[in-house]
Design a protein around this ligand. Sequence first.
Ligand code: CP
Length: 310
Amino acid sequence: LKHFLTIDGLSRELLTEILDTAESFADMSGKQVKKVPLLRGKTIINLFFENSTRTRTTFELAATRLSADVLTMNIATSSTSKGESLLDTIRNLEAMHVDMFVVRHALSGAAHFIAQHVAPHISVINAGDGQHSHPTQAMLDMFTIRQHKKQFAGLKIAIVGDILHSRVARSQILALNTLGVAEVRVIAPKTLLPTQVRSMGVIDLQDMAEGLQDVDVIIMLRLQKERMNSAFLPSESEYFRCFGLTEAKLKYAKPDVVVMHPGPINRGVEIASSVADGPHSVILQQVSNGIAVRMAVMSMTFPAHGTTTA
Ligand code: CP
Protein backbone atom coordinates (compact mmCIF):
# COMPACT_ATOMS: atom_id res chain seq x y z
CA LEU A 1 0.00 0.00 0.00
CA LYS A 2 1.30 3.45 -0.87
CA HIS A 3 -1.62 5.40 0.64
CA PHE A 4 -4.80 4.31 2.45
CA LEU A 5 -7.54 6.63 1.25
CA THR A 6 -10.66 4.55 0.63
CA ILE A 7 -12.05 0.99 0.82
CA ASP A 8 -13.29 1.37 -2.76
CA GLY A 9 -11.37 -0.96 -5.10
CA LEU A 10 -9.55 -2.91 -2.38
CA SER A 11 -9.75 -6.71 -2.65
CA ARG A 12 -11.16 -9.14 -0.10
CA GLU A 13 -7.64 -10.56 0.24
CA LEU A 14 -6.17 -7.17 1.16
CA LEU A 15 -8.94 -6.38 3.67
CA THR A 16 -8.39 -9.80 5.24
CA GLU A 17 -4.63 -9.16 5.37
CA ILE A 18 -5.28 -5.91 7.26
CA LEU A 19 -7.51 -7.77 9.76
CA ASP A 20 -4.96 -10.57 10.19
CA THR A 21 -2.13 -8.06 10.68
CA ALA A 22 -4.21 -6.20 13.28
CA GLU A 23 -4.84 -9.49 15.07
CA SER A 24 -1.07 -10.05 15.28
CA PHE A 25 -0.78 -6.79 17.26
CA ALA A 26 -3.63 -7.50 19.70
CA ASP A 27 -4.27 -10.29 22.14
CA MET A 28 -7.44 -12.37 21.92
CA SER A 29 -9.45 -9.82 23.92
CA GLY A 30 -8.40 -7.17 21.40
CA LYS A 31 -7.41 -4.84 24.24
CA GLN A 32 -3.68 -5.32 24.83
CA VAL A 33 -1.52 -4.06 22.00
CA LYS A 34 2.16 -4.97 21.87
CA LYS A 35 4.87 -2.36 21.26
CA VAL A 36 6.94 -3.24 18.19
CA PRO A 37 9.89 -1.49 16.48
CA LEU A 38 8.42 -1.60 12.93
CA LEU A 39 8.40 2.17 12.33
CA ARG A 40 11.40 3.21 14.42
CA GLY A 41 13.00 6.28 12.83
CA LYS A 42 9.82 7.25 10.91
CA THR A 43 8.04 10.55 11.47
CA ILE A 44 4.24 10.77 11.34
CA ILE A 45 2.18 13.96 11.53
CA ASN A 46 -1.55 13.89 12.34
CA LEU A 47 -3.31 16.72 10.52
CA PHE A 48 -6.80 17.04 11.98
CA PHE A 49 -8.71 19.91 10.37
CA GLU A 50 -11.92 18.55 11.96
CA ASN A 51 -12.54 17.57 15.59
CA SER A 52 -11.91 14.03 16.77
CA THR A 53 -11.63 12.08 20.00
CA ARG A 54 -11.30 8.41 18.99
CA THR A 55 -9.56 8.54 15.63
CA ARG A 56 -6.92 11.10 16.55
CA THR A 57 -5.92 9.48 19.82
CA THR A 58 -5.89 5.91 18.51
CA PHE A 59 -3.75 6.99 15.52
CA GLU A 60 -1.36 8.61 18.00
CA LEU A 61 -1.29 5.52 20.20
CA ALA A 62 -0.88 3.25 17.16
CA ALA A 63 2.10 5.26 15.88
CA THR A 64 3.66 5.21 19.36
CA ARG A 65 3.19 1.44 19.66
CA LEU A 66 4.93 1.09 16.28
CA SER A 67 7.86 3.14 17.72
CA ALA A 68 7.44 6.03 15.24
CA ASP A 69 7.94 9.68 16.16
CA VAL A 70 4.45 11.17 16.03
CA LEU A 71 2.98 14.58 16.59
CA THR A 72 -0.50 15.98 16.17
CA MET A 73 -0.73 19.47 14.70
CA ASN A 74 -3.18 21.77 16.39
CA ILE A 75 -4.68 23.26 13.25
CA ALA A 76 -6.59 25.91 15.23
CA THR A 77 -3.29 27.42 16.43
CA SER A 78 -1.32 26.80 13.22
CA SER A 79 -0.46 29.42 10.60
CA THR A 80 -3.43 28.35 8.47
CA SER A 81 -5.23 31.01 10.58
CA LYS A 82 -2.85 33.58 8.99
CA GLY A 83 -3.88 32.58 5.49
CA GLU A 84 -1.33 29.87 4.73
CA SER A 85 -2.75 27.48 2.14
CA LEU A 86 -3.15 23.74 2.69
CA LEU A 87 -0.42 22.98 0.15
CA ASP A 88 2.02 25.48 1.67
CA THR A 89 1.37 23.94 5.09
CA ILE A 90 2.11 20.50 3.64
CA ARG A 91 5.30 21.73 1.89
CA ASN A 92 6.62 23.18 5.16
CA LEU A 93 5.87 19.98 7.08
CA GLU A 94 7.54 17.95 4.32
CA ALA A 95 10.68 20.03 4.89
CA MET A 96 10.76 18.53 8.41
CA HIS A 97 11.37 15.08 6.84
CA VAL A 98 7.92 13.63 7.42
CA ASP A 99 7.23 10.08 6.26
CA MET A 100 3.43 9.96 6.71
CA PHE A 101 0.45 12.29 7.07
CA VAL A 102 -2.76 11.16 8.74
CA VAL A 103 -5.45 13.55 7.51
CA ARG A 104 -8.97 14.41 8.66
CA HIS A 105 -10.76 17.17 6.79
CA ALA A 106 -14.34 18.40 6.40
CA LEU A 107 -14.02 18.40 2.60
CA SER A 108 -14.59 15.18 0.67
CA GLY A 109 -11.46 14.40 -1.34
CA ALA A 110 -9.03 16.34 0.90
CA ALA A 111 -6.86 13.32 1.72
CA HIS A 112 -6.74 12.33 -1.98
CA PHE A 113 -5.72 15.89 -2.89
CA ILE A 114 -2.87 15.82 -0.37
CA ALA A 115 -1.78 12.36 -1.56
CA GLN A 116 -1.55 13.69 -5.11
CA HIS A 117 0.72 16.55 -4.05
CA VAL A 118 3.09 15.09 -1.44
CA ALA A 119 6.66 14.00 -2.21
CA PRO A 120 6.83 10.44 -3.59
CA HIS A 121 8.24 8.89 -0.39
CA ILE A 122 5.37 10.18 1.79
CA SER A 123 2.27 8.10 2.58
CA VAL A 124 -1.15 9.56 3.35
CA ILE A 125 -3.83 7.88 5.45
CA ASN A 126 -7.40 9.17 5.32
CA ALA A 127 -8.81 9.67 8.84
CA GLY A 128 -12.16 10.87 7.48
CA ASP A 129 -12.94 13.25 4.60
CA GLY A 130 -16.29 15.05 4.48
CA GLN A 131 -19.15 12.69 3.67
CA HIS A 132 -16.92 10.51 1.52
CA SER A 133 -14.80 7.98 3.36
CA HIS A 134 -13.50 6.84 6.75
CA PRO A 135 -11.64 3.68 5.81
CA THR A 136 -9.82 2.92 9.08
CA GLN A 137 -13.12 3.22 10.98
CA ALA A 138 -14.64 0.66 8.60
CA MET A 139 -11.68 -1.68 9.11
CA LEU A 140 -11.86 -1.51 12.91
CA ASP A 141 -15.58 -2.20 12.62
CA MET A 142 -14.84 -5.25 10.41
CA PHE A 143 -12.27 -6.39 12.99
CA THR A 144 -14.87 -6.11 15.76
CA ILE A 145 -17.47 -8.01 13.72
CA ARG A 146 -14.96 -10.80 12.98
CA GLN A 147 -13.97 -10.93 16.65
CA HIS A 148 -17.58 -11.64 17.63
CA LYS A 149 -18.99 -13.52 14.64
CA LYS A 150 -15.80 -15.32 13.42
CA GLN A 151 -16.69 -15.03 9.73
CA PHE A 152 -18.55 -12.67 7.39
CA ALA A 153 -20.38 -15.23 5.22
CA GLY A 154 -24.05 -15.49 6.09
CA LEU A 155 -24.21 -12.39 8.28
CA LYS A 156 -27.11 -9.94 8.09
CA ILE A 157 -26.08 -6.44 9.09
CA ALA A 158 -28.32 -3.41 9.68
CA ILE A 159 -26.91 0.13 9.56
CA VAL A 160 -29.39 2.55 11.12
CA GLY A 161 -29.52 6.32 10.93
CA ASP A 162 -28.10 9.18 8.94
CA ILE A 163 -26.69 7.28 5.96
CA LEU A 164 -26.83 10.35 3.72
CA HIS A 165 -24.15 12.31 5.57
CA SER A 166 -22.11 9.37 6.85
CA ARG A 167 -18.62 8.67 5.52
CA VAL A 168 -18.54 5.78 8.00
CA ALA A 169 -21.59 4.10 6.44
CA ARG A 170 -20.15 4.43 2.92
CA SER A 171 -16.90 2.78 3.96
CA GLN A 172 -18.65 0.09 6.02
CA ILE A 173 -20.97 -0.86 3.14
CA LEU A 174 -18.01 -1.22 0.76
CA ALA A 175 -16.07 -3.32 3.28
CA LEU A 176 -19.03 -5.55 4.25
CA ASN A 177 -19.90 -6.29 0.62
CA THR A 178 -16.25 -6.94 -0.28
CA LEU A 179 -15.88 -9.33 2.67
CA GLY A 180 -18.98 -11.22 1.53
CA VAL A 181 -21.73 -10.75 4.12
CA ALA A 182 -25.15 -12.09 3.17
CA GLU A 183 -27.09 -8.84 3.44
CA VAL A 184 -26.51 -5.18 4.28
CA ARG A 185 -29.70 -3.31 5.24
CA VAL A 186 -29.86 0.42 5.77
CA ILE A 187 -32.71 1.73 7.92
CA ALA A 188 -33.43 5.46 7.86
CA PRO A 189 -36.05 8.05 6.96
CA LYS A 190 -35.99 8.65 3.21
CA THR A 191 -34.61 12.16 3.84
CA LEU A 192 -31.46 10.64 5.35
CA LEU A 193 -30.77 8.18 2.52
CA PRO A 194 -28.74 8.99 -0.62
CA THR A 195 -30.93 9.10 -3.74
CA GLN A 196 -28.91 6.30 -5.35
CA VAL A 197 -28.89 4.14 -2.21
CA ARG A 198 -29.75 0.90 -4.03
CA SER A 199 -26.68 1.22 -6.24
CA MET A 200 -24.62 0.88 -3.05
CA GLY A 201 -25.47 -2.81 -2.73
CA VAL A 202 -27.88 -2.52 0.18
CA ILE A 203 -31.55 -3.09 0.98
CA ASP A 204 -33.18 0.15 2.18
CA LEU A 205 -36.00 0.12 4.73
CA GLN A 206 -37.90 2.70 6.74
CA ASP A 207 -39.22 0.45 9.49
CA MET A 208 -37.14 -0.78 12.43
CA ALA A 209 -39.35 -3.84 13.11
CA GLU A 210 -38.85 -5.07 9.55
CA GLY A 211 -35.24 -3.93 9.19
CA LEU A 212 -33.90 -5.42 12.42
CA GLN A 213 -35.61 -8.78 11.91
CA ASP A 214 -33.04 -11.56 12.55
CA VAL A 215 -29.97 -9.39 12.04
CA ASP A 216 -26.61 -10.45 13.51
CA VAL A 217 -25.16 -6.96 13.85
CA ILE A 218 -26.74 -3.53 14.31
CA ILE A 219 -24.62 -0.47 13.57
CA MET A 220 -26.15 2.76 14.86
CA LEU A 221 -25.16 6.17 13.46
CA ARG A 222 -25.71 9.62 14.91
CA LEU A 223 -27.50 12.46 13.13
CA GLN A 224 -24.66 14.48 11.57
CA LYS A 225 -26.19 17.86 12.28
CA GLU A 226 -23.01 19.69 11.31
CA ARG A 227 -23.61 18.54 7.72
CA MET A 228 -27.37 19.29 7.65
CA ASN A 229 -29.35 22.34 6.70
CA SER A 230 -31.01 23.32 10.01
CA ALA A 231 -34.39 23.68 8.22
CA PHE A 232 -34.35 19.88 7.64
CA LEU A 233 -33.28 18.81 11.12
CA PRO A 234 -35.64 16.11 12.41
CA SER A 235 -37.17 16.47 15.87
CA GLU A 236 -34.97 14.43 18.22
CA SER A 237 -37.87 12.94 20.17
CA GLU A 238 -39.72 11.93 17.00
CA TYR A 239 -36.50 10.52 15.53
CA PHE A 240 -35.84 8.47 18.69
CA ARG A 241 -39.39 7.12 18.66
CA CYS A 242 -39.09 5.89 15.07
CA PHE A 243 -35.39 5.06 14.66
CA GLY A 244 -33.81 5.08 18.12
CA LEU A 245 -32.52 1.70 19.30
CA THR A 246 -34.25 0.61 22.51
CA GLU A 247 -34.30 -2.69 24.38
CA ALA A 248 -37.77 -3.34 22.94
CA LYS A 249 -36.56 -2.92 19.32
CA LEU A 250 -33.46 -5.01 20.02
CA LYS A 251 -35.78 -8.02 20.42
CA TYR A 252 -36.41 -8.07 16.64
CA ALA A 253 -32.77 -9.06 16.08
CA LYS A 254 -31.08 -12.42 16.73
CA PRO A 255 -30.57 -13.22 20.45
CA ASP A 256 -26.77 -12.91 20.07
CA VAL A 257 -26.90 -9.64 18.12
CA VAL A 258 -24.03 -7.21 18.68
CA VAL A 259 -24.68 -3.47 18.78
CA MET A 260 -22.07 -1.15 17.34
CA HIS A 261 -21.64 2.60 16.97
CA PRO A 262 -18.60 4.47 15.63
CA GLY A 263 -19.10 7.29 18.16
CA PRO A 264 -19.68 9.89 19.29
CA ILE A 265 -23.04 8.60 20.56
CA ASN A 266 -26.00 10.84 21.30
CA ARG A 267 -27.88 9.10 24.07
CA GLY A 268 -31.64 9.31 23.78
CA VAL A 269 -31.44 10.42 20.13
CA GLU A 270 -30.27 7.36 18.13
CA ILE A 271 -29.66 4.95 21.02
CA ALA A 272 -31.02 4.41 24.53
CA SER A 273 -28.43 4.37 27.31
CA SER A 274 -29.65 0.93 28.39
CA VAL A 275 -28.64 -0.42 24.97
CA ALA A 276 -25.41 1.59 24.58
CA ASP A 277 -24.24 0.33 27.99
CA GLY A 278 -26.01 -3.03 27.80
CA PRO A 279 -24.79 -6.59 27.28
CA HIS A 280 -25.06 -6.53 23.46
CA SER A 281 -22.99 -3.37 23.07
CA VAL A 282 -19.41 -3.65 21.75
CA ILE A 283 -19.04 0.11 21.29
CA LEU A 284 -16.00 0.49 23.55
CA GLN A 285 -14.37 -2.61 22.08
CA GLN A 286 -14.55 -0.85 18.71
CA VAL A 287 -12.51 1.98 20.22
CA SER A 288 -9.90 -0.42 21.65
CA ASN A 289 -9.65 -2.25 18.33
CA GLY A 290 -8.89 1.03 16.61
CA ILE A 291 -5.33 0.92 17.95
CA ALA A 292 -4.42 -2.50 16.51
CA VAL A 293 -6.20 -1.85 13.21
CA ARG A 294 -4.50 1.52 12.75
CA MET A 295 -1.15 -0.11 13.59
CA ALA A 296 -1.86 -2.63 10.83
CA VAL A 297 -2.75 0.02 8.26
CA MET A 298 0.27 2.19 9.13
CA SER A 299 2.73 -0.69 9.07
CA MET A 300 1.38 -2.01 5.76
CA THR A 301 1.46 1.46 4.22
CA PHE A 302 5.20 1.88 4.68
CA PRO A 303 6.72 0.08 1.69
CA ALA A 304 9.66 -1.25 3.71
CA HIS A 305 7.29 -3.26 5.87
CA GLY A 306 4.31 -3.72 3.58
CA THR A 307 3.55 -7.03 1.97
CA THR A 308 1.17 -5.64 -0.63
CA THR A 309 1.49 -2.84 -3.18
CA ALA A 310 -1.42 -0.76 -4.38
N1 CP B 1 -15.60 7.48 15.00
C1 CP B 1 -14.92 8.63 14.91
O1 CP B 1 -14.40 9.00 13.84
O2 CP B 1 -14.84 9.33 16.09
P1 CP B 1 -14.05 10.69 16.27
O3 CP B 1 -14.73 11.74 15.43
O4 CP B 1 -14.07 11.00 17.73
O5 CP B 1 -12.63 10.48 15.76
